[in-house]
Design a protein around this ligand. Structure first.
Ligand code: G6P
Length: 374
């Protein structure tokens, strides 16, 4: 066991820090560098015979649980943008509870690290029985979901042992980004956008290495927050998923109440919670929603909120001109893959909070790595 952890104290810590390598493996052989004659493109062997069908679907359903659901949510907008196909989000158990409508013209994408989660598997059987094309995105070759789907992609993140999913999350987003790119490949008008994303995917492992240098800073922040009862995270756009996933990490391992909030809903309830004591993390990296996040920051500051702001490198003065209790600057990539960067300081924060609060990092109480019962 000690050997497998290498120089790290916990698997979760190791898995957070090995993300430059796990992402490299996820991307390996799948990004085709361009030359003067050929556009940069994406190669997903397991899907190549099905891309036409997916493009012609009347909708794509993303189905998963927990972190896998969040990874799908993080890529929803890009898939809609590049494919033009509407994407609906389904938590597997809720789809089953509702017995929601699924049609032959639908593509159902099942996202699961283990490939064995009972709810996701049952949702797969349900979608199959309604004739949808079923695509699996898993980390486990030979798992029930990879066997049961019509086609799919393995995320190749390597074995994940910590119950809280970290490296699988970033690799899932990378794979679903490539899925969106592959689906958009026929559209000339999006070529420049697709190429810019591919360029940044190639940069991703180095950028992740850079953002991991925030480790000490996040440990210091954890020391400040370790005795708090609650932590809110505000995100929107691509980073609504980051807020949900950051909050999930904090609650599942640090056993601290934490809630991810869609910033656009702030005035419809959450604002009532704001005071000088409750810590609030606001994700405000550069994208089409950044100016709206700046106004959220101003409104929270007007109510004396205790703010921790995550922004793009060099943006601190513009994003929060009145300062904040903490500003965490992260490297900036194309807006749609920024969730991969932005989650990393939050994974580090959850990890350090857990250690400082004295809880079991790799096996949080009451939770299992793979939930194989309903
Ligand atoms: C459990 C794990 C989570 C995981 C979820 C879905 O709750 O503790 O880390 O995100 O199941 O698992 P899956 O293997 O389907 O991604």
């Amino acid at each position: 066991e000690q050997i497998k952890k290498g120089n790290y104290d916990h698997y979760m810590q190791k898995e957070i820090h090995e993300q430059p390598e796990s992402l490299t493996t996820t991307l390996r052989g799948r990004l085709i560098r361009g030359d003067d004659f050929k556009a940069k493109s994406v190669l997903l062997g397991g899907l190549k015979d099905h891309l036409r069908t997916i493009r012609r679907s009347r909708r794509v359903l993303f189905i998963g649980c927990g972190t896998s659901y969040h990874a799908a949510l993080a890529t929803r907008a890009l898939l809609e943008e590049l494919s033009g196909v509407p994407v609906t989000m389904e938590i597997a158990s809720d789809l089953l509870d509702r017995q929601g409508p699924i049609y032959r013209e639908d593509t159902a994408v099942f996202v699961s690290q283990s490939g064995e989660t009972a709810d996701t598997l049952q949702a797969l059987e349900y979608a199959k029985s309604h004739g949808a094309l079923c695509v699996g995105i898993t980390n486990t070759v030979g798992s029930a979901i990879s066997r049961g789907t019509d086609c799919g992609v393995h995320i190749n993140a390597g074995c994940e042992i910590g119950v809280a999913s970290t490296k699988a999350y970033t690799s899932q987003i990378a794979v679903m980004t490539m899925l969106a790119l592959a689906l958009g490949e026929d559209t000339i008008s999006t070529r420049a956008r697709r190429e810019a994303i591919i360029d940044d995917l190639l940069e991703l492992p180095n950028m992740v290495k850079e953002v991991l240098q925030l480790d000490e800073e996040m440990k210091e922040l954890a020391k400040e927050l370790m005795d708090e009862q609650s932590l809110l995270l505000f995100g929107r756009g691509y980073n609504y998923a980051t807020a949900l996933e950051g909050a999930l990490k904090v609650k599942e391992v640090a056993l601290m109440h934490s809630e991810g909030i869609l910033a656009g809903e702030m005035k419809h309830g959450p604002l009532a919670l704001v005071d000088e004591t409750l810590p609030i993390i606001v994700i405000a990296t550069r994208d089409g929603t950044c100016s709206k996040q700046q106004s959220v920051i101003q409104q929270l500051q007007a109510r004396k909120g205790r703010l921790i702001v995550i922004c793009s490198k060099g943006d601190a003065a513009t994003v929060c001109p009145n300062g904040a209790s903490h500003v965490i600057e992260v490297p900036q990539l194309q807006d749609c893959i920024q969730p991969i960067i932005n989650i990393i300081p939050l994974q580090l924060l959850a990890y350090h909070l857990t250690v400082l609060r004295g809880f079991n990092v790799d096996q949080p109480r009451n939770l299992a790595k793979s939930v194989t019962t309903e």
